[in-house]
Design a protein around this ligand. Structure first.
Ligand code: AMP
Length: 192
């Protein structure tokens, strides 16, 4: 089963993806994590995207589609969880093509709904916690970047909600509950 977790930054996509990895042997494909790895390893692509990411802008479709293409060719285990991808309509079309090439289908798109103020509080809180614990803090987890990331989400990614709704693939869950409550809502969708 292959699914997309769709939602604004701070909605809890990464947390829920990790739960699905552990409970269903699925594979999490987070383009944000892949881009951060590339940035930390100082590859040419990593250097190119570092500034874009710190500002909270989207990196180019070609780069992220290339990253996903590579991963789809590997072991598929219990299926893929696309986390933070696709973020544009062009990426959504590319994903449909890539899955078709692999003989795979997209089984559900789960939209996680959370209001903006909660998102900003969660992300800024995540940065403060990391800082207090002496852990690395994401360069884009400050209020300015978060507001910019939200604007990018509404302009470029939110249209995917209508796109997948029209394809009858969209399921929405309330992302405001506890981790366990959201987990249960997602499980109900997947086990239907
Ligand atoms: P995330 O960890 O998903 O919040 O992503 C962090 C940052 O990585 C985003 O703000 C973008 O700059 C970049 N990024 C991650 N995924 C994508 C994507 N699918 N398309 C474009 N940019 C992305």
């Amino acid at each position: 089963m292959n699914i997309i977790l769709l939602g604004p930054p701070g909605a809890g996509k990464g947390t829920q993806a990790q739960i699905l990895v552990d409970s269903r042997d699925m594979i999490q494909l987070s383009t944000g994590d892949m881009l951060r790895e590339a940035k930390d390893s100082g590859t040419e692509m990593g250097n190119k995207v570092a500034e874009v990411m710190a500002r909270g802008d989207l990196v180019t479709d070609d780069i992220v589609i290339g990253l996903i293409r590579e991963k789809l060719q590997g072991d598929k285990k219990g299926g893929f969880i696309f986390d933070g991808f696709p973020r544009t309509l062009a990426q959504a079309d590319a994903l449909a093509d890539l899955l078709a090439e692999q003989g795979e289908t997209l089984d559900a798109v789960i939209e996680m709904r959370v209001d903006d103020d909660t998102l900003v509080k969660r992300i800024v809180g995540r940065a403060e916690e990391a800082r207090a614990a002496g852990q690395p803090v994401r360069a884009d987890d400050n209020e300015d970047s978060v507001r910019h990331r939200l604007m990018e989400y509404y302009k470029k990614t939110a249209p995917l909600i209508g796109y997948y709704h029209a394809k009858r693939q969209l399921e929405s869950v309330d992302g405001l509950g506890t981790i366990d409550e959201v987990k249960a809502e997602i499980a109900a969708v997947l086990d239907r």
